[in-house]
Design a protein around this ligand. Structure first.
Ligand code: ZN
Length: 338
């Protein structure tokens, strides 16, 4: 089969690889309905994470189960399933508390930019639909696997409440899904921080009420002006740079929460600054599995359309072109047709 491998910074190839098989009795093999490229795939692509050996890329997936191991009980061949980028048993104490992304058996999904993929801990990780969804719902269900689940977690961790004022830092796919999530949770005012016109438009379409185009201190000043100098009730940090993290902290009012889901790169905090800021932070890899049943239901009943985040579709064979387009910010998120 044709699968995506990353050999080094800027070097992604679609090449022939052996098809995956069942390795453990708790595994499932899935035939993907579509795949996609994640913003986090750009960290190694841009050389921010060293690559010791070729990486099998892709951690977002949905599709039809073709085979299950002997110990898999609830997942059956023929079902349409969506899973998280975090593999979890969904039974350990952390999973029971809703933090499946800290599962005692946690693994991170790889190899999903391919037609077939092996999913470990299938019973805990996968959620099946009642029937096979129509093709036009596949992009939205695929988004639930990571970007939507992560944006939703950012909003949940930031404790977005009906009527509150939310700031979203970051206009990538996750930030845009954070806007959609805050809207679903009933936020009255959703302020998206974005400098790019096409992304501003999509943010407004997904539920943003205001846009701040300025960055850094100028952006914070603008936000303060819009909130009677108080700051926001909830802040979603969806980038992970030092600048975006500071921007998020400075936008939050004392007593509020910052949900941070951009993987931090080069971020450092001053203890005293945090102490006197009186702001809470909860983040990390999103426990998408906690939200999946609800998010899949919202997509299947067409109450939300997170598939809007895909603005470029390519065949899997052209995956390198997709990485280039996202790296140059010519595309928000690339859907790969299998
Ligand atoms: Zn667990």
């Amino acid at each position: 089969m044709l699968a995506t491998m990353m050999y080094g910074a800027g070097d992604v190839r679609a090449e022939e690889r052996p098809e995956p098989g069942i390795l453990k009795p708790t595994d499932a093999i899935i035939r993907l309905s579509a795949s996609c490229i994640c913003g986090s795939d750009l960290w190694p692509y841009r050389g921010s994470n060293p690559i010791a050996e070729p990486l099998a890329m892709g951690h977002e997936y949905c599709g039809i189960v073709v085979e299950v191991g002997s110990e898999v009980k609830s997942i059956r061949p023929g079902q349409f399933v969506v899973g998280s980028f975090c593999i979890s048993d969904n039974t350990c104490p952390h999973c029971q508390y809703g933090f499946q992304s800290s599962c005692e058996q946690r693994e991170f999904m790889t190899g999903a930019q391919a037609p077939l993929v092996r999913v470990p801990l299938a019973d805990g990780t996968l959620v099946a639909t009642k029937e096979i969804p129509s093709d036009d719902l596949v992009p939205g269900l695929l988004a639930a696997s990571d970007v939507l689940g992560t944006g939703w977690y950012a909003a949940d961790a930031a404790r977005v409440q009906p009527g509150c004022t939310v700031v979203v830092v970051g206009d990538g796919a996750v930030g845009l899904m954070g806007v959609l999530s805050a809207r679903q949770m009933g936020a009255a005012r959703i302020i998206a921080m974005s400098r790019h016109e096409a992304r501003q438009e999509l943010a407004l379409e997904l539920g943003a009420t205001d846009i701040i185009a300025e960055r850094g201190d100028a952006g914070v000043a603008q936000l303060k002006k819009m909130t009677r100098n108080v700051g926001a009730d909830a802040v979603l940090e969806c980038v992970g740079t030092s600048e975006s993290m500071m921007q998020a902290l400075d936008c939050a009012r004392p007593g509020s929460m910052i949900g941070y889901v951009g993987v931090p790169h080069g971020v450092e905090f001053d203890g005293q600054q945090l102490f006197f800021a009186q702001k809470g932070m909860l983040g990390g890899p999103a426990p998408v599995r906690r939200f999946l049943p609800h998010l899949m239901d919202l997509v299947l009943t067409r109450r939300i359309n997170p598939g809007r985040v895909f603005d470029l579709e390519l065949p899997l064979a052209d995956v390198a072109q997709g990485y280039r387009a996202m790296d140059r910010r010519e595309a928000i998120k690339v859907l790969l047709r299998i």
